[in-house]
Design a protein around this ligand. Sequence first.
Ligand SMILES: [Zn+2]
Length: 368
Amino acid sequence: MHLLIILHNSYKIHEVDHIDKFIKAELPNPNIHPQLYERVKSFMIHNPCGLLNPASPCMVDGKCSKQYPKDYQQATEFNRSGWPLYQRSENGSSFIQNQIEIDNRWVVPYNPFLLMKFNAHINVEACCSIHAIKYLYKYIHKGHDSALIRLQQNGTTMYDEIQNYVDTRYVSSCEATYRIQSQKLLDRSHVIQRLPVHLPDEQSVVFAAGQEEMALARAAIRKTKLIGWFELNQINSTARSLKYAEVPHFFTWSQSNHCWNSRQNHHSSLTRLYVVSPRHAERFALRLLLLNVKGATSFEFLRTFNGILYPSFQEAARKRGLLSSDEEIEECLQEAVAIETPKICDPFLHICLFLMEQKFCRMQTTFG
Ligand SMILES: [Zn+2]
């Protein structure tokens, strides 16, 4: 663990004396502190490196990356970059480890109290300056924070996680005003309407296995939005000036009564007719008619042009000139691009077939 402790202003370490009070980088006197001496020997000695052990993991480019052994230092002082140089007396204090003499130059800075308390390697450094970037930023930000610790004096209340959550929840003045006035926090800006495109008696019916007849009976009395539009046009003159896709802007669909009612609210609405592939030529033609014909009152109405009832939607669309221009084809491909990108060649192929068929029809009419 790399732990950065930020002390209260009045406890911050600015003086050399403070450092000496908390951090040692020397072997303690074995006669006065025998246990501490043993622990420093066990945990706080930098493993001999350099010429003594060139294979040590701390060695980078033939030098110790942690700059051990350090120089002897008569008294603690700050070097120019703000790093403390801890006192390392040349007092002859040393011991032998693996036939190597270890003295104060090999001691890793430690705090005697922490070493005695936890009986483990705990390197303590004073980072008094912003120049100690490595300790301030690099080490402690190596990974995400794993723990957040708060220290409290005895007698104060226990840490209350719930209260802490409540206390730290921030409500801005804007949000507060909004809530006090009981404004809606969520709303819907647009109503999205999808309009079915189906041939006479070919609306989709959803049924569960074994309940087909029940579903069929239900579908017989339930009108689709398309049938509902025909009925609306029969009774409402305003609606007759609208195309199928424009209806939801002025009318809302009642799910329970299966009819279009005048729109009461002012929601903007987005409308989309279900996409039909040119492969389904009749339905494709029906969709073109629905996109272009206003106020239709029946399927027959859509098949009628200039007073003539045509036998198919394709024929009616062709007579209206909806299938002769490339515009419709381009629109169809644009839609395919937006909706079925991986299968774009599919509608393209059907358009080609469709155009060839049309040519053939025209040739038939011309030459009998
Ligand atoms: Zn080293």
